[in-house]
Design a protein around this ligand. Structure first.
Ligand code: SF4
Ligand code: SF4
Length: 82
């Protein structure tokens, strides 16, 4: 989908497709930055009984394709598609 900037130039939204929980360090930066609350923090127990926290996508349909999540994520967890 193509939108317009204030100046009239084309702007292509890139919607979030996936979030890699294996690389996520649960820093919360994406959660604080996303304008649509698309993700939330969760946790699970690994085989050794250790709690592992990571972010998951919960409201993908709300994504506006701004890519702010990718800009603030230091671990490159997000994948987007136009
Ligand atoms: S692209 Fe924007 S709206 Fe979509 S999940 Fe990332 S920060 Fe949220
Ligand atoms: S910014 Fe990246 S590393 Fe931090 S919680 Fe979000 S997905 Fe995980």
């Amino acid at each position: 989908m193509v939108a317009k900037t204030k100046g009239g130039a084309d702007w292509v939204q890139e919607y979030v497709v996936s979030l890699n929980k294996e690389t996520c360090i649960a820093c919360g930066r994406c959660y604080k930055s996303c304008p649509k609350e698309v993700m939330t923090l969760t946790e699970e127990e690994d085989d050794e009984g250790e709690e592992h926290k990571f972010m998951i996508l919960v409201k993908e349909a709300e994504c506006i394709g701004c890519k702010v999540c990718s800009k603030v994520c230091s671990k490159g967890c997000f994948t987007h598609a136009a």
